[in-house]
Design a protein around this ligand. Structure first.
Ligand code: F6P
Length: 320
């Protein structure tokens, strides 16, 4: 019997539970046992885990968050912590470890993979969708839908009061969430960290819209663009329009995963378990052009995922 470890790490993402369920059940079907490390990397460093079985992961697929709990473990990437995690894997005879998390967690997984004989496979799960090697991460679709539902409501009040709203969404230093949300709510302006948008351009856009008869507007801003409060107040001062700021915040990380996030979790887990069953490690699974595949973990961690900036232009035309 082989032993597979599973850990969820970093910011939680809707669909992590669906991934834990799928890893456990698919691994058991191959006669592997599964150990769930608790509280993210902390569980690996302190050797805190519990056995997962097909029954113990029942009824969790529709739940947000992660039953294994998670943590930011800034200390983990110190050499002594990596060493301890490698010892945990060795002393518990873990043949393969599945790391479910975002960019930071996969970077840590990559560092750990250099210090252990345990095969490591990353499963990208983050609302930021910023992992290279996959078109989409687990949880992204849910976060997009959460933000869209909120902004549709904000649009109602924006229209009634003839106001401009800046809606700040998450995404850390990247604009994947803001861009997709912006397109799907018909935002008049989308601000992403990848493009420096001068204030004059934002004001010019508002003026143009106002001349076309638009009395309200939605600006979707990624948190990575900087102080949205300041942007709001400058727009208000310079246009004379009423401007409000709405920060959606952590609600984007919670809630029941959409069918798409659950499906991606199941398919990624299947690929991860298959890789380990075939003795392949140091990979990150992903979705590329509609196909489930995997790439080298180091390549994934060291390459920046590009944002399709042509979509910003398209979004502007769509919102005319
Ligand atoms: O990575 C997911 C994410 O929600 C980012 O969008 C955000 O910048 C960050 O986590 C917040 O981190 P924390 O939970 O540590 O406050």
């Amino acid at each position: 019997m082989k032993t597979i470890g599973v850990v969820t790490s970093g910011g939680d993402a809707p669909g992590m539970n669906a991934a834990i369920r799928a890893v456990t059940r698919l691994a058991y079907a191959k006669d592997f046992q599964v150990l769930g490390f608790e509280k993210g990397w902390e569980g690996l460093v302190t050797s805190t885990f519990r056995a997962l079985t097909p029954r113990s992961v029942g009824g969790i697929m529709q739940l947000g968050g992660t039953i294994l709990l998670t943590s930011r473990c800034p200390h983990f990437r110190k050499p002594e912590s990596i060493k301890k995690a490698a010892e945990t894997l060795a002393s518990n005879k873990v043949d393969g470890l599945i790391v479910i998390g975002g960019n930071g967690s996969l970077k840590a997984a990559c560092e750990l993979s250099e210090k252990t004989n345990t095969l490591i496979v990353g499963v990208p799960a983050t609302i930021d969708n910023d992992v290279y090697g996959t078109d989409e991460t687990i949880g992204f679709d849910t976060a997009v839908n959460t933000a869209v539902a909120e902004i549709d409501k904000i649009r109602d009040t924006a229209i009634s009061h003839e106001r401009i709203f800046i809606v700040e969404v998450m995404g850390r230093t990247r604009g994947f969430l803001a861009l997709t949300v912006g397109i799907t709510v018909g935002a008049e302006t989308i601000l992403v960290p990848e493009v420096k948008t001068p204030m004059e351009e934002i004001l010019g856009n508002i003026k143009e819209n106002s001349e076309k008869g638009k009395r309200s507007g939605i600006i979707v801003a990624a948190e990575g663009v900087g102080d949205t409060r300041k942007i709001a107040s400058e727009i208000e001062t310079r246009t004379g329009a009423e401007v409000r700021l709405s920060i959606i915040g952590y609600a984007q990380r919670g809630g029941s995963p959409t069918a798409r996030s659950r499906l991606l979790a199941s398919l990624f887990a299947n690929e991860a378990v298959e890789l380990l069953a075939n003795g392949q490690g140091n990979r990150v699974v992903g979705l590329q052009n509609g196909k489930i595949t995997s790439i080298d973990i180091e390549k994934s961690c060291k390459t920046e995922k590009p944002l399709d900036l042509s979509l910003l232009k398209m979004a502007r035309t769509l919102a005319t």
